[in-house]
Design a protein around this ligand. Structure first.
Ligand SMILES: [Zn+2]
Length: 258
């Protein structure tokens, strides 16, 4: 049996469930009901993702789908695939028929988990972040920074994806913005922002995903507070790049498992 066909380790599942429970905590207001989804890379060919209809806060194994990546990548060749076609690809991507159907948002999880150093992805709809993404301030929130810890956890800038229809168009729009970011900065973003929708945090560890999500939501609350106080006043480009390139901050990122 090739290593690619081995079952996922218990660590993969536990990490995914723990990450989901952290992001789904009601008091954090990142996601309610069936909102949001999480995933973990198993290997080059497979990943686990929250199934359609399950909820992050109390996710268990039966609410997770173990999927093959290739059928989803093939779907990216047909941007105008119908809902029925997407549904049948999602069903055929499951490793076995015992797995539940993955969420439609599994399409962008499959892409993001193929990036170097991305092992976990968490997508949520946090309230304060969404307040800004549903406002004229969305581009400033994505491109500018307010305080150093925002840069440490969320990166110096975040791709902002225009609102497009869920499914293949959204996955392709995310791919386009993330590729432009990688071209410009030489690495995957920590955070991707979706206009009128929510955020996606990506990282090597579950902690990196939780930290980026929590700090993005804090930064959004600070942004909204600064607007009401006559601001915001952003850090300038030199200040941002100094923190982004600062060795001590890199050390902190390493210690925090970011
Ligand atoms: Zn969503």
């Amino acid at each position: 049996m090739s290593s690619e066909l081995l079952p996922p380790s218990p660590e993969h599942l536990h990490s995914l469930l723990d990450l989901s429970h952290e992001l789904g905590r009601e008091d954090r207001r990142f996601a309610i009901l069936g909102e949001g989804n999480t995933s973990v890379r198993i290997n080059e060919h497979e990943f686990m993702v929250k199934a359609s209809g399950s909820s992050l806060s109390n996710l268990i194994r039966s609410g997770v789908a173990l999927c093959k990546t290739q059928p989803i990548f093939n779907l990216f060749m047909t941007p105008d695939a119908s809902d029925d076609e997407i549904e049948s690809v999602l069903l055929s991507a499951r490793r076995s028929e015992n797995e539940r159907k993955p969420s439609t948002e599994a399409l962008f999880h499959a892409y993001l988990l193929s990036l170097p150093d991305v092992h976990f992805v968490g997508h949520t709809h946090p309230e304060a972040v969404n307040s800004l993404l549903c406002s004229p301030h969305a581009a400033d929130f994505a491109n500018k920074r307010l305080f150093p810890d925002q840069i440490v956890c969320c990166g110096a800038t975040s791709p902002l994806v225009p609102y497009v229809h869920p499914g293949v168009p959204l996955a392709l729009a995310i791919k386009q913005e993330v590729e432009a970011h990688i071209e410009r900065f030489g690495e995957a973003p920590r955070l991707v922002l979706l206009r009128n929708h929510g955020l996606i945090a990506l990282g090597k560890t579950p902690n990196a995903v939780i930290a980026a999500t929590m700090m993005a939501e804090k930064a959004a609350r600070v942004f909204l507070g600064a607007v009401s106080a006559g601001g915001p006043t952003f850090m300038d480009a030199e200040q941002v790049s100094r923190i982004a390139g600062w060795n001590a901050e890199h050390y902190r990122q390493k210690v925090l498992g970011l």
